[in-house]
Design a protein around this ligand. Structure first.
Ligand code: MF3
Ligand code: CO
Length: 236
């Protein structure tokens, strides 16, 4: 999983060099497919419950599971690229949000806070803590920032399957839920909105948008729980 995660992290780094006004998320998706293939890996999302692409590309008010599109990105957009890498049967899952050129102060604040929320959640992923400790840390910080936590989607266990137990919500009470143990691998993937927390699914059956059109951002890492603290498997 570390091997899959390192490749995924390097792929995000390459995406970061390519995201700019005029580039389409379809081109980014093509790049990812090729990059993974060249490195002996496959995009696990493609074909997962019929999902048609290697990546999810979620622009502005899209919360998650957006389809890559030929529409070029424009200055001021924010876009989340999410993917799951399969390398020799083991998986890693990570999403980053990117700013397209210069973005508004609100967008910058949302991106920074969402990444910070992820790291506050990761810090709670230690043996003896509970799932709710992760959730509570994220929700408390997001609320203090005046941001809303999406409730309809959650992190998850991961290994040879993309979605394994446990479910890892990003809101909830400290001290509740499953106890975390050494050796568990899971994702934490908060989605924060500038406006209301609610999501609505589009006619394609996948694209989840904010109900009020407000911006949404997401950062996700896959981690392993050890006695020495969490190992972020999707870091370089
Ligand atoms: N990577 C997503 C997650 O974090 C899964 C996207 S759904 C898929 O769980 F169908 F696109 F795979
Ligand atoms: Co995930």
């Amino acid at each position: 999983m570390r091997d899959a995660g390192k490749l995924l992290a390097s792929c995000h780094q390459e995406i970061g060099k390519r995201v700019r006004p005029g580039v389409s998320t379809w081109e980014i998706d093509q790049f990812v497919e090729q990059y993974l293939r060249e490195n002996g890996a496959t995009p696990e999302q493609k074909g997962y419950h019929g999902y048609p692409y290697a990546t999810c590309a979620s622009v502005n008010d899209v919360i998650c599971h957006g389809f890559p599109s030929h529409e070029p990105l424009v200055e001021g957009d924010i876009v989340t690229i999410d993917m799951v890498v399969n390398r020799r049967g083991w998986l890693a899952d990570s999403a980053w949000s990117y700013a397209v050129g210069k973005v508004s102060e609100d967008a910058q604040r949302l991106l920074r806070a969402t990444e910070t929320a992820l790291f506050l959640g990761i810090a709670k992923a230690v043996p003896g803590n509970r799932i709710g400790d992760i959730a509570h840390a994220i929700e408390t910080f997001a609320t203090a920032c005046g941001l809303a936590v999406v409730r309809q989607f959650a992190g998850h266990g991961i290994g040879r399957e993309m979605h394994e137990d446990p479910v890892v919500p990003h809101y909830g009470s400290a001290g509740r839920g499953m106890e975390l143990r050494e050796g568990m691998c899971l994702t934490i993937e908060p989605m924060l909105n500038l406006g209301a927390f609610k999501a609505q699914i589009g006619a394609d059956g996948w694209t989840a948008r904010t109900v009020d059109g407000s911006l949404s951002a997401q950062y996700e890492h896959t981690l392993a729980i050890t006695p020495d603290g969490p190992i972020i498997l999707t870091a370089l």
